[in-house]
Write a protein that binds this ligand. Structure first.
Ligand code: FES
Length: 184
């Protein structure tokens, strides 16, 4: 091979090596450019599915000093951010809770009747809780008053945390019509 041809071939080989090296770098950058947003998108898409759980949330519902010291119950509406698939609507009413002060502690009961979910009322003249739908009644500790109560269980107590003057309740829904209290 002539010196000129040999020189041209070694220039070809050098150019090919440079081209391959640039292609490799470009390929990696391309995968990163396409793959990363795709991964982020997939994670975002999956998030509402991953985020759905038992649905319990701790929320501040009252001040201790705002509850009657004689134990008269107070009904409080619970507002939470509502998540529906990929949409979040902030500050929506999601249920009611009866709060009852006992000294420095507080009892909380879900307002829905365990029988079929009607709203439990406070009957101040008799000093009891009662259900307007099928007549179940409960004492102020949430215990059924009738042996043959329509309600298959006592009122659903909720977890309460009192910090200084703030009353926090872990709000949670439960199944209806079952003797066992099952979180849903
Ligand atoms: S829903 Fe309350 S007794 Fe039936």
């Amino acid at each position: 091979m002539s010196d000129t041809k040999q020189e041209a071939c070694s220039r070809c080989a050098a150019a090919r090596r440079e081209f391959l090296a640039q292609s490799a770098v470009g390929g990696i950058a391309g995968v990163a450019a396409i793959g990363l947003p795709a991964l982020v998108g997939l994670t975002t898409m999956m998030d509402p599915l991953v985020g759905t759980g038992s649905g319990s949330s701790e929320v501040r519902l009252a001040s201790l000093s705002g509850l009657a010291e004689d134990g008269t119950p107070l009904r409080v509406v619970v507002y939470l951010d509502k998540v529906d698939g990929w949409n979040t609507t902030p500050n929506q009413p999601v249920g009611g809770v009866w709060l009852r002060r006992k000294g420095d502690t507080v009892q909380a009961f879900h307002q829905s009747c365990p029988h079929a979910g009607c709203g439990i009322q406070y009957n101040s003249s008799e000093g009891i809780f009662s259900c307007p739908c099928h007549g179940a009644t409960f004492d102020l500790d949430g215990v059924r008053r009738e042996a043959s109560s329509e309600s298959p269980r006592d009122l659903d107590a909720l977890e309460v945390r009192v910090e200084s003057d703030d009353v926090f309740v872990t709000f949670q829904n439960f199944s209806f019509g079952t003797a066992k209290k099952e979180a849903i």
